[in-house]
Ligand binder design. Structure first.
Ligand code: ARG
Length: 504
């Protein structure tokens, strides 16, 4: 006889797995996050089986009763996942079978496989996580918009190659991030849509001979549609790759923001000061105030990229059908979600509490020829020369001033040098041309740094953010409504109503 059988799939096996085989193959840590989704999926499946008269209404009642109990026991800590039962699916099914017996409990897995089940659980979980992350991005964008509104005419140097380029406003800088993160929102929305198709009913890979209704489980689980092709959906993890790619770009963008926070708060830049509550000290150097949160965000980015590369590498060698390699998709995805959520949890507050040193910004913007392009543009407009000729003259001028250790602030020398090139510009006029504040006022081309354009973009982005928030909340409502509808049917069945009253 040997040991009693431990697994529900052990019929053809003459011995149990060794403890090392169990330890090697189980997925309990990752699966713990899936219990509630697994139970929801099981309820929807059971309701559908009864509706299609594959199981009886009394079977359904017992199955639902114990699935509810499993959920309750999980919430109160008396039902925890056992590694000996391999994964969340076998644990939930075993819970049922242990309580009602295999004759009845064993019916739940009719016309279902763990292969479609695991995809249901993952997709339901991913939906919630993506919506949470989208809300986090909106909060971050709101923080940027607050900065933008306060600083549409605060001048600072805009950089290219990390060198002073042209004057921009702090508001212009802040709205650039909003513009950037709005694309992350779209990528996440698209990943959400790819994840939101129903795998249930694909079974192991080939569909089933039972007369199942995949549209019903689609509705009960709030999916947009059944994922039509059984073999394709069972073999699919590209929705996870899409999600990880979207998360990787969110991290790339957060890391770039962090990088700016790190050097803006350095002594050399000195244009931003972190709130004490969002910085760290040194154990040895008493004077230190470090931007650790930004550094950790930058430092954790690689882990999210790693998750993407991990999954892509996993997928490249896999033939059609379920392969156990797929089990490895979850831990890196969970980690990526956790990192992105924690960064998005803290960075909006860090931004909101950061003080921007506007005087230092203005000092810098006047220190290093940031308005040279304005002067070149002026010569084109007022002295009838081509831009290339004008560029040459202003370049020469800058070279001379640098040689003399002067800047445009020495208006007299600037005036005299320009005169040598037959460009006689009155000092008062020159002062205006080289004024950084006037420069940003005048950059009124579409999408430029002028306060009018920045204000227009603030309105535009606010509207896009509102639309995105409405979209996120309608996705959430669809999930919540589907969950409530499933629960309503469950309650009806448990009350003993003969009909589950699906679709009322
Ligand atoms: N733990 C598995 C996973 O995460 C669930 C599906 C197992 N299916 C199987 N046929 N072994 O992918």
């Amino acid at each position: 006889m040997g040991n009693p059988k431990k697994t529900l799939w052990g019929g053809r096996f003459s011995t149990n797995l060794t403890s090392e085989s169990v330890a090697f193959t189980h997925s309990i840590e990752a699966d713990t996050r899936l219990i509630v989704y697994d139970i929801w999926g099981s309820k929807a499946h059971a309701i559908m089986l009864a509706q299609q008269e594959i199981i009886s209404d009394t079977d359904l009642q017992e199955i639902l009763r114990w699935l509810c109990k499993a959920e309750e026991d999980y919430q109160n800590g008396t039902f925890t996942l056992d590694p000996n039962k391999e994964d969340v699916h076998m644990n939930v099914e075993s819970y049922l079978i242990d309580n009602v017996g295999i004759e009845l409990g064993g019916k739940l897995h009719t016309a279902r496989s763990r292969n479609d089940q695991v995809l249901v659980d993952a997709r339901l979980y991913i939906r919630d996580e993506i919506l949470t992350i989208q809300r986090g991005i909106s909060t971050l964008c709101d923080a940027f918009l607050t900065i933008a509104k306060d600083h549409v005419d605060t001048v600072m140097p805009g950089y290219t190659h990390t060198q002073h380029a042209q004057p921009i406003s702090l508001g212009f800088w802040a709205t650039a991030y909003v513009s950037m993160f709005l694309r992350d929102q779209k990528r996440l929305q698209s990943a959400y849509e790819l994840a939101n198709t129903n795998p249930l009913g694909a079974c192991a890979l080939a569909g089933t001979t039972f007369p199942i209704d995949r549209n019903l489980t689609t509705k009960l689980l709030g999916f947009d549609s059944p994922h039509e092709h059984a073999l394709d959906v069972i073999s699919s993890r590209d929705f996870i790759a899409e999600t990880l790619f979207a998360l990787s770009l969110v991290m790339a963008n957060l890391s770039r923001l962090s990088e700016e926070i790190i050097y803006w708060t350095s002594y050399e830049y000195g244009i931003a000061v972190l709130d004490d509550a969002y910085s760290s000290g040194s154990s040895i150097m008493p004077q230190k105030k470090n931007p650790d949160i930004a550094e950790l965000t930058r430092g954790r980015t690689g882990r999210v990229y790693g998750a993407l590369i991990d999954l892509l590498t996993n997928l490249k060698g896999l033939p059609m059908g379920y392969n156990r390699d797929f089990q490895e998709d979850k831990p890196p995805l969970w980690e990526a979600f956790d990192i992105v959520k924690s960064c998005l949890g803290i960075l909006p507050n860090l931004l909101k509490t950061t003080e921007f040193k506007t005087e230092r910004m203005s000092e810098l913007v006047n220190a290093n020829f940031a308005t040279a392009t304005e002067l070149a543009n002026y010569l084109v407009k007022k002295h009838q020369i081509s831009f290339r000729e004008s560029h040459e003259i202003v370049g020469w001028l800058v070279g001379e001033l640098v040689e003399n250790e002067r800047t445009f602030t020495d208006l007299e020398l600037t005036h005299n040098l320009l005169k040598q090139k037959d460009m006689d510009i009155p000092i008062a006029q020159l002062k205006q041309i080289l004024d950084a504040e006037l420069a940003i006022q005048n950059n009124q081309s579409l999408g430029g740094t002028s306060p009018t354009e920045v204000s227009r973009m603030i309105d535009n982005f606010e509207q896009q953010l509102n639309e995105m928030a409405m979209h996120v909340s309608s996705c959430q409502t669809k999930i919540d409504d589907a969950y409530k509808e499933s629960q309503r049917i469950v309650k009806n069945v448990l009350k003993g109503s003969a009909e589950p009253s699906v679709g009322e």
